[in-house]
Design a protein around this ligand. Structure first.
Ligand code: GLU
Length: 510
């Protein structure tokens, strides 16, 4: 490990909602930074103005904050390496692009869109259906390598639009040491002359990422696997700019795959299969379209990051439930798998279920209160303290508490009469009538006493308690669910119990 203070970055483009893969990249960066007492930097890569979406930057910060992995530095919290938005660092990139041209590692290219298209048509062959701007074609194009010096100067002086491209060497092996994959070797002749500076003066990702990782003293650059093919360009830029010794350690994280393992998990898969792929709800400001997020679907942040960490990583012991502090302690980049990790929504819910079960009332009450409140139910803490422990076993999502708790506060709107009526008879009707009278005169309204009265009355009517317990439950709850029915009766109180019995008996006796 290098002696420099650890600095890692999450560098999203503000183009929309934050996908699971993006949050996981942020999480792994965060865990690594915290493990080594380093800094976790958020850098907004907004150089592609055509893809910029207003609100996306704040959304990213909100998501990371909700996950409990807020960056130490970023546009919202500037440190000494700012600005943290690439659009505000424009001049810096230009300087280095020109330096690369001066040193002969890059060149001006004046080709118009039509000329580029013509080139692709002209050089197209069966074996090479999409020819690139590279060592084979560059001298046939309009650039400072192919044109006489004076002509280049004339074009520049007359402000003819240009881009700056890297001049990839024809024959060079480029070696990458990846913390997950080990040594990866690239052949330069397979890589095209990537644009570094665009005609609008903005850098491309390739130039900006190297300049900023250097300027921000990033020690470890962790990013998604989709960037692996660009790594040779970045490695050469580190070398060409004279910064090779400062180059960060690299790791490329595996993809998060569709549930069937066939390709990268996309937002469309989520829509199709009915689960979220974004951390939080995202409303597209242009179309107004709302895409669901894990937060609003009822995930707890600790469960969410626990689940995410296990998509591609484990500590080797088989342990699955980790607190954030345990993750920080146990995390190691080397233990991230090379292969993609299949996303399984049922398993994601299982994590949340485990977290709900293990969470104290103190943690759960604010969530549950908000949920009930949003549904017009005012719940007091005293009751919540009693009912949350009775019901959390039955919840996978925070939103499940609505159905599991609602009847403690309001009478059920619907009664599942179909579950009762086929077996309903006069004997049961008589039993419940008597039971109501016994309840009315019961002084000590607690679960055990209610149960005793209920069972004694049942035996008087020669009924098995099991035969009348289900109808009783349906009277109080509306359906076949919930904890012990006598506990429910005790908590809702005698009046509400009798009221609900009356109402349901009218339906059953019809
Ligand atoms: N802006 C790139 C992205 O959105 C960042 C890649 C990197 O971390 O280097 O994926």
């Amino acid at each position: 490990m290098s002696q420099k203070p650890v600095r890692v970055r999450f560098a999203p483009s503000p183009t929309g909602g934050l996908h699971l893969g993006g949050v996981r990249t942020a999480l792994f960066n965060y865990l690594f930074a915290k493990k080594y007492n380093g800094s976790f930097v958020l850098r907004i890569e907004d150089t592609d103005q055509t893809r910029y979406v207003p609100g996306a930057e704040q959304y990213i910060i909100d998501c990371l904050t909700w996950c409990g992995i807020a960056p130490d530095e970023g546009p919202h919290q500037p440190g000494k390496f700012g600005p943290y938005r690439q659009s505000e660092r424009k001049e810096l990139y230009r300087k280095y692009a020109l330096e690369l041209v001066d040193k002969g590692f890059a060149y001006y290219a004046f080709d118009t869109t039509e000329e580029l298209e013509k080139m692709r048509e002209e050089f197209k062959t069966e074996s090479n259906p999409s020819p690139q701007y590279n060592h084979e074609t560059r001298l046939k194009m309009s650039n400072s390598l192919s044109l006489p010096k004076e002509e280049v100067e004339k074009k520049l002086a007359s402000n003819q639009p240009y881009v700056i491209r890297i001049k990839m060497p024809d024959q060079k092996e480029i070696h990458l040491q990846d913390m997950i994959r080990g040594e990866v070797v690239f052949h330069s002749h397979l890589v095209d002359d990537k644009v570094l500076l665009k005609a609008d003066g903005m850098p491309t990702y390739h130039l900006a990422v190297v300049v900023d990782d250097h300027a921000m003293e990033i020690t470890h650059a962790f990013r998604g696997e989709e960037w692996l093919p660009s790594a040779p360009v970045h490695i050469l830029l580190w070398e060409y700019l004279g910064w090779k010794d400062d180059m960060p350690n690299w790791a490329h994280f595996p993809l998060i795959l569709k549930p069937d393992g066939q390709g990268k998990l996309s937002k469309r898969d989520g829509d199709r299969l009915g689960f979220p792929v974004f951390a939080m709800d995202w409303k597209d400001p242009k179309t107004g379209e709302l895409t669901k997020g894990f937060k609003e679907m009822g995930f707890m942040p600790d469960a969410f990051i626990n689940m995410l960490a296990m998509l591609g990583w484990n500590d080797g012991s088989g342990k699955e439930i980790f607190t954030k502090d345990e993750l920080i302690q146990q995390f190691s980049v080397e233990r991230i798998h090379k292969g993609g990790a299949k996303f399984d929504f049922e398993k994601a819910k299982w994590y949340n279920h485990e977290w709900l079960k293990a969470s104290s009332n103190e943690i759960l009450i604010p969530y549950v209160k908000r949920l009930l409140d949003d549904n017009g139910i005012k719940a007091d803490n005293n009751i919540l303290n009693q009912v949350i422990p009775l019901t959390k076993e039955r919840c996978h999502l925070i939103s499940d508490f609505l159905i599991q708790l609602k009847y403690f506060f309001t009478a059920p709107e619907e009664i599942d009469t179909d579950a009762v009526k086929p077996k309903w008879d006069q004997q049961k009707a008589d039993f419940f009538k008597a039971c109501k009278q016994e309840f009315a005169s019961l002084n000590n309204w607690i679960g055990q006493d209610i149960e005793n009265v209920f069972k004694q009355t049942a035996s008087t009517y020669q009924l098995k308690p099991g035969d009348v317990q289900l109808p009783f439950r349906i009277m109080l709850v509306g359906g076949k669910f919930g904890p012990a029915v006598f506990e429910i009766a005790a908590i809702i109180g005698k009046d509400a119990t009798l009221e609900r019995m009356n109402k349901a008996l009218n339906l059953f006796n019809k």
